[in-house]
Design a protein around this ligand. Structure first.
Ligand code: ARG
Length: 250
């Protein structure tokens, strides 16, 4: 009797296992560069990827039927990684530009941003637009749109760093005159770094608007459609607004 019961249990367990594995969800490999708060950063306590993009891609990926796995990479490594198939999607506050759209396919835009600058308070009267940084030192993150804008300033000496943290350090240590970066990221940095807020400021200037999108391999229509559909559903249900409010409104 005892033995028979065991056999039944073992079979149930084996069948259960088979059932789970055949219905296992595919993994969505998401690449990010987490020095871009409040969009993506590593939570100092939990060591988890945190931020607006991270919540959004987890929700969108889950809704699209995937198990979301986030991977940490250099910003300039993200597009090559999605092109070669090392990752399935980029979630890194990536601005949709015509040049990038030749190399990857973007999802529906999910956030409107734009590049601005962070400067020393003492220079607030001098530096009002990017052009005022002519011949000056500008710190940027390698490969991002801020880096492109800095290189376009005549005679500017541009230092390009792997992380935005290094660019901020370069400015704080008075080595650089400005950091060119997405305005919401500069604003979040100033709000959360008391020391920096005492000596640094963001002029009202903002360059052209830029839209953030998630990016997939060019031609991966199936994934693009799944992500867009999931995003549209989450937008309609109010879930996207909930995530937005969590990060951008108190
Ligand atoms: N929006 C800018 C760009 O697309 C900056 C993105 C930086 N993102 C990051 N996770 N570091 O170039």
């Amino acid at each position: 009797m005892q033995f028979k019961k065991f056999v039944v249990c073992a079979c149930a367990a084996a069948c259960g296992l088979a059932a789970t594995s055949s219905f296992a969800r595919d993994i969505l490999r998401v690449g990010t560069e987490p020095t871009f708060a409040p969009f993506e950063f590593l939570d100092t306590d939990t060591k988890e990827f945190s931020g607006f993009d991270m919540d959004l891609i987890r929700a969108v990926g889950t809704k699209a039927g995937y198990d979301v796995k986030i991977l940490n990479m250099g910003f300039d490594a993200l597009i090559p990684a999605v092109m070669t198939g090392t990752i399935d999607v980029i979630a890194a506050g990536v601005s949709i530009t015509p040049e990038r759209a030749n190399r990857v396919d973007f999802t529906t835009p999910y956030y409107v941003s734009g590049v601005s600058m962070l400067i020393h308070k003492a220079d607030a009267g001098k530096y009002k637009t990017f052009a005022d940084l002519k011949g000056k030192k500008i710190a940027v993150q390698i490969g991002n749109t801020g880096a492109g804008k800095a290189k376009a300033v005549p005679g500017a000496l541009v230092s390009a760093f792997n992380t935005t943290s290094e660019a901020f350090m370069d400015l704080l240590s008075k080595n650089a005159d400005a950091v060119f970066l997405d305005r919401p990221v500069l604003a979040y940095y100033l709000k959360n770094q008391e020391k920096a807020a005492k000596v640094l400021t963001i002029p009202p200037y903002i360059d052209d608007a830029e839209n953030y999108g998630f990016a997939v391999k060019k031609g991966n229509k199936a994934l693009l459609e799944k992500l867009n559909k999931a995003y549209a559903d989450l937008k309609a249900s109010g879930e996207v607004d909930k995530i937005y409010k969590k990060w951008f409104q108190e």
